[in-house]
Design a protein around this ligand. Structure first.
Ligand SMILES: N[C@@H](CCC(=O)N[C@@H](CS)C(=O)NCC(=O)O)C(=O)O
Length: 204
């Protein structure tokens, strides 16, 4: 059976679990990797991913794939029904554009905000509190931008649920660790968030 090395609370791991739940793919064994304990930076784990990050997919043939979006892409190609990464060239480009916007200008900033303000990984990096605070500010600004975008769009990348919604949704939830929540005035973002939260995959 395929394996996914991950930690349940890690947002990147959640993106992959949500993606697989949407695709109804369940023939995967989840293997816990303790991040705080540094199991992911052990030399053994670096054989699976030299960057020492989760999630990592191990195929039955022994190949390893890391990077959440690469893992999702692998499953998208094998299970094209219910496309989450687009079918036409235009759809694929639009979804990729929004996925990257959400990942680069939101998810990664929340992650840096978390790491640099809490010192959670201070055994392996040097936290810079001011940088963390700036990242949180920028991530909060992105939520406002997303709210405006969602005023005219049902989903992040057009008319249907896609991987861009997964990245944005997981980032909103993860933002709680840095005490950022959706502003009551951001009605469009709230409407969208509630609709995604109601999907069974949000519990994955
Ligand atoms: N770009 C990577 C990011 C992977 C990543 O940063 N994973 C985090 C968990 S969400 C991790 O392994 N952190 C442990 C560490 O930095 O030591 C992806 O999309 O999978």
């Amino acid at each position: 059976m395929m394996k996914i090395y991950e930690e349940k609370t890690a947002p990147n791991a959640r993106r992959v679990r949500m993606f697989l739940a949407e695709k109804a793919i369940s023939d995967v064994e989840y293997v816990h990797v303790g991040l705080k304990a540094g199991e992911n930076i052990s030399s053994d784990f670096r054989q699976k991913n030299p960057l020492g990050k989760v999630p990592v997919l191990e195929l039955e043939g022994g190949e390893f794939i890391s990077e959440s979006m690469a893992i999702c892409r692998y499953f998208e190609v094998l299970h094209p029904a219910n496309p989450l990464m687009g079918s036409t060239a235009l759809d694929q480009a639009n979804i990729e554009m929004w996925q990257r916007r959400c990942e680069i200008s939101f998810m990664n900033l929340v992650g840096m905000g978390f790491q640099h303000t809490t010192g959670y990984f201070s055994d392996r990096m040097t936290p810079v509190k001011e940088w963390g605070e700036e990242c949180i500010k920028l991530a909060t600004k992105f939520m406002s931008f997303l709210n405006d975008h969602l005023a005219n769009h049902e989903f992040v990348a057009g008319d249907s649920f896609t991987v861009a919604d997964i990245t944005a949704f997981v980032s909103v939830d993860f933002a709680r660790v840095v005490h950022v929540r959706i502003d009551d005035e951001h009605q469009h973002l709230l409407r969208w968030y509630k609709s995604i939260k109601d999907r069974p995959s949000a519990q994955a």
